[in-house]
Each structure stands twice: as structure tokens, then as C-alpha cells.
Design a protein around this ligand. Structure first.
Ligand code: FMN
Length: 335
């Protein structure tokens, strides 16, 4: 079986409410090769929910794209995999890692793996039997104290037919906070024959390199590190790459908004874009008034006003702070 992911490349994680078509097109521009839809509820897809079908669109995003399913009901998973067989995706990823209350309540995601491992494994087997695509699994570590339960479950997922396994190094009750247990990811990598993809805490290029170094995995998965920072993929490929200049920053936002308008239409695009635009502005030294403007953004005029503010660059106080830390970075930001 050829490798699905070329070693050395970072994968973009599925992130509910974020990894839609415009977001994926944006990260592709900075070198992201492998991306996923957000998790898609197998039951909703099986019953043809319009909103769900929208999430399961490749759109004009032409790169390698996985679709992720979450669910536990075998009939729903079977039907969903059959529907996906007629779509244009590259892998089918099964979510056995989500800790969100609405997923936990249905005993899906990590809850399924923890409390009904046999059912979780039967679900993997069923997806493998029905899907024409390679089936992959994304899960979390099961204990911080002891690697054995995680190793045991992941080995069984491999036996059930998973072609790769992405492992988030935090337990369920930590959600997305706290230490990432590199050593457990590493033990799982050693125990499995299929590639293990390391996930957790790679919020910058340096932290990504640490994740790879400490786990020994050939690929890692970026999640929150790409929100508001699609340049992270460039930072990973070229450690010395400069941060985006104000001009590149503004151009990226313009292209993103153009894709949003094409994808959602003018009635919804500005509202849906707000959270991503806020992420762009976070921690970059732009004045609070600009962020306040994003919270009510609803028209092209308001967007142009925002862009004027962005083109003026970060607040002088922020640039002064950078100047004190190292003039080079400031010059790059201005250029
Ligand atoms: C808002 C949010 C939504 C997420 N949605 C999904 C999802 O749909 N599917 C999934 O497998 N993981 C999802 N995750 C988990 C991420 O893919 C990733 O495993 C986690 O954030 C840890 O990586 P990080 O520390 O680099 O952010 C989500 C995480 C966040 C914060």
C-alpha cells in the first residue's frame, strides 16, 4: 500500500465551523497539501440534510481532501460511506476523538472509543468494507498515566482496517488545553505498522517541529495554529520565512473574502467571515476599534473600511514593542 501522505508534510486538521471551502483554498496558497472537511454527522448525511450536504462539498478546492465522518450507528455509517463513494474525496476519516458535549451525549467520537471500543472497531470495519476510499481514523490518547490503553485501542483500529491513525496527545477531559503527551504518541507509532500522524499543540512552526521531533512521526496535523495564520504552512516548510508583510496580509484577506462571497453569497458571506477575520486580527497589534468593526461586518462597504484600517498596519505601540525585540521583524512586517 503506497503511503497516503508524503513524509515531512503537515496536514490541516478538520475543525468544525472553520475548515470550509474558502478556508481550505486560503491554506493551499501557503503550501498546505492535505486537508479535511469538518466532521460530518453520518446520520445527517445518510438522510440528505441540506446543511450537511453543503459541508460535504469539495467546491473549487482542488487539492488532496479527506472527508470526516462522526457517528456510531452502523446503518447510518454504511449509507454515508455509500454516498461518499459517489463524491470526489481522497480519504474517508472516522472521528473517534471529538469530546464535544453534543457528540459525547450520542456516545460518538472519543466517548465511543472509550466506552464501547468493540462498537468503534466494528464501525471502522464496516466503513472499510463499504468505502472505495482508504479509511483513516482520528482519535485521542485514552490515559495520561499509562500508554497501554491507547496503544491497545490503536492497534485494534489498525487491525480493523485503518490506513493511517491521527493521534491527538490529550485526553478527553482536557479538550484542547494542557500538555500534549508526546511519549504516548511515540509509543503508538512504534506499535503500529500504519503511519501515525501526531496532533496537538502545534501552534507555530517551532512547536510543529517539536511535535515531530518528540514523537518521531513523519507527519503532524495542524489545527488551531492555522486559524488566523495560514502562513504556518510556509513557516513549517521554510523556517526562516518572514511573517506576512502588511501588503500580503491584506491581499490574503481580500482573496479569502472573494472566496467567501462566491461560496456563501453576499447575504451570508460577511457574517460567516467574521470569526475568521477576528482570528486574523488577534495578536497582530491592530486597534480594538478595527476588531469591533468586524463584529458587525455586513456589507462590501464595511469590508472596504476594514481593509483601509488593515492597510494602515498595526498600532504604533505594537511596532515599537517589536522594534525593541528586534528591528528585523518590524522591517519585514512593514515591507
Ligand atoms: C473549534 C474546534 C473544532 C474542532 N472540530 C473538529 C472536527 O470537526 N473534527 C476533528 O477530528 N477534530 C476537531 N477538532 C480537534 C482538532 O482537529 C485538533 O485535534 C485539536 O484542536 C488539537 O490540535 P491543536 O492543539 O493543534 O489545536 C476541533 C477543535 C476545535 C478547537
Amino acid at each position: 500500500m503506497p503511503l497516503i501522505y508524503e513524509p515531512g508534510y503537515a496536514l490541516m486538521a478538520p475543525i468544525a465551523g472553520h475548515t470550509d471551502i474558502p478556508f481550505r483554498r486560503m491554506i493551499r496558497r501557503f503550501g498546505c497539501r492535505y486537508a479535511f472537511t469538518e466532521m460530518i454527522d453520518a446520520g445527517s448525511l445518510a438522510f440528505g440534510g441540506i446543511k450537511t450536504l453543503r459541508l460535504a462539498q469539495r467546491g473549487n478546492d482542488s487539492g488532496f481532501l479527506g472527508i470526516q465522518l462522526v457517528g456510531s450507528d452502523l446503518a447510518h455509517l454504511t449509507r454515508a460511506a455509500e454516498i461518499i463513494n459517489d463524491m470526489d474525496f481522497d480519504v474517508l476519516d472516522f472521528n473517534l476523538g471529538c469530546p464535544a458535549p453534543k457528540v459525547e451525549r450520542k456516545c460518538e467520537g472519543i466517548m465511543l472509543a472509550l466506552t464501547h471500543p468493540d462498537e468503534a472497531l466494528r464501525a471502522i470495519e464496516r466503513l472499510c468494507a463499504v468505502s472505495r476510499l482508504p479509511v483513516t481514523v482520528k482519535t485521542r490518547i485514552q490515559s495520561e498515566e499509562d500508554a497501554r490503553p491507547t496503544v491497545e485501542f490503536c492497534k485494534r483500529a489498525e487491525e480493523a482496517g485503518a490506513k493511517t491513525l491521527t493521534l491527538h496527545g490529550r485526553i478527553m477531559r482536557r479538550f484542547y488545553a494542557g500538555s500534549v503527551f508526546f511519549s504516548i504518541i511515540s509509543e503508538v507509532r512504534e506499535a503500529l505498522h500504519i503511519p501515525v500522524i501526531a496532533n496537538g499543540g502545534a501552534l507555530s512552526g517551532d512547536l510543529y517541529r517539536e511535535l515531530i521531533r518528540e514523537t518521531g512521526c513523519a507527519n503532524g496535523m495542524i489545527a488551531r495554529g492555522a486559524l488566523g495564520n495560514p502562513w504556518i504552512f510556509r513557516e513549517i516548510a521554510e523556517p526562516d520565512a518572514p511573517p506576512p508583510s502588511v501588503a500580503e496580509f491584506a491581499e490574503t484577506i481580500r482573496l479569502y473574502m472573494a472566496d467567501m462571497l462566491e461560496c456563501y453569497g453576499p447575504e451570508f458571506a460577511f457574517v460567516v467571515a467574521r470569526k475568521t477575520l477576528l482570528e486574523f486580527l488577534k495578536g497582530r497589534g491592530y486597534p480594538g476599534t478595527l476588531r469591533a468593526g468586524v463584529s458587525t461586518l455586513n456589507s462590501q462597504d464595511a469590508f472596504e473600511h476594514l481593509m483601509d484600517g488593515i492597510m494602515q498596519g498595526p498600532a504604533p505601540r505594537y511596532l515599537e514593542m517589536l522594534e525593541n525585540q528586534g528591528g528585523d521583524l518590524m522591517r519585514k512586517l512593514r515591507s
